[in-house]
Ligand binder design. Structure first.
Ligand code: SD4
Length: 328
């Protein structure tokens, strides 16, 4: 009994230390922004821990005169090329047939956007998405057609399945338990938003999607208004987590529309997460979704269903990793 009470007390103390330590870093950053909003621009915001090195490249691109579109493209190419990142580009976990299929989208300040989905053999789907935006009259190319287009644009055809990813797939095959849910081990799509000094903004989102998904499954990341949305007059938002939940409610479009109606980026993210929870019966769902948003003034917001959604923020104050507040 004595040790049980000690355990409960320790857990409560741990939760308090966690809440104070983690949440306060996020609150401090928001407060700093409110005091001096002008200093917050430019700004780069991206999902998960791998956002830190990605933000660095995006930030340097802006500092060297690149546009916001150049910045988000260059930024998310970092995890796309990193074989240790198991949910984006090269090294991403394959579908249940052992094939790596990628989804990506990009959207710029002029309202133009481009995307690819169910794309195989191309290490940088985000750059193919940009070519779709700039070189075609279309928004989204899929599968074989997307690959054909990429090859016509001189992207090299590569093997994206690494030894480690193959091993993970072979291990999965032993049980072949089909549970395409987002849990702690497999969520790390990169979504990135950048705002320059003038308040112009762009976003990018790239992923290998759910590990061991059904062949042909496409998530929210390449769908404009689901995984990514930018309206340069208002703000921008990006999503990570279970794509089906985001697709059902078009979360990033909702976030931007809430901001249009006067919500702050933080309030807008909270409203869109609430919509997902309501849609799924108003009980704590067994999946994760995280949202990030920015507005033209460089205010930003972050919110997730469950705790543990980290994001990287880079401003002239430097880069920090924060944990978003969450509903549960
Ligand atoms: C998907 N939203 O394909 C992506 C997965 C993800 O963090 O975001 N993982 O559903």
């Amino acid at each position: 009994m004595h040790s049980r009470r000690k355990f409960i007390l320790q857990s409560l103390l741990g939760a308090w230390v966690w809440a104070f330590g983690v949440q306060s870093s996020w609150l401090r950053a928001q407060r700093r922004h409110r005091k001096n909003p002008k200093k917050s621009l430019p700004l780069v915001l991206s999902t998960w821990n791998h956002g830190l090195p990605a933000n660095e490249v995006a930030w340097n691109t802006l500092q060297h005169g690149g546009s916001v579109v150049d910045a988000v493209e260059a930024g998310v190419r970092v995890p796309e090329a990193d074989p240790k990142v198991r949910s984006v580009g090269y090294g991403g976990l394959p579908d249940r047939e052992g094939r790596v299929t990628l989804d990506a989208s990009i959207m710029g300040p002029d309202g133009r956007c481009g995307a690819v989905c169910f794309l195989e053999h191309i290490k940088h789907p985000i750059s193919v998405a940009r070519k779709v935006m700039e070189q075609t009259p279309h928004v989204l190319l899929a599968g074989e057609g997307a690959l054909q287009f990429a090859l016509s644009q001189q992207f090299p055809k590569e093997t994206l399945l690494t030894q480690q990813a193959r091993k993970a797939w072979e291990k999965w095959l032993q049980s072949s338990h089909y549970q395409p849910q987002i849990n702690v081990e497999n969520h790390d799509t990169i979504g990135m938003l950048a705002v320059d000094r003038q308040g112009d903004m762009a976003g990018a989102c790239t992923t290998s999607g759910l590990a061991f998904k059904m062949r042909g499954r496409v998530g929210d990341s390449p769908i404009i208004g689901a995984g990514l949305y930018v309206d340069n007059r208002i703000g921008a938002a990006v999503a990570t987590g279970l794509g089906e939940a985001v697709l059902r409610t078009l979360s990033t479009y909702q976030v931007v529309e809430e901001m249009r109606r006067g919500a702050t980026p933080q309030q807008a993210c909270e409203m869109a997460i609430q919509r997902i929870i309501e849609w799924h019966g108003n009980v704590p769902p067994d999946f994760q979704v995280g949202l990030l948003a920015v507005d033209k003034g460089g205010s930003w917001g972050a919110f997730s269903i469950h705790s543990g959604f980290t994001f990287a923020l880079t401003t002239s104050h430097g880069s920090q990793l924060h944990t978003a507040p969450s509903r549960f």
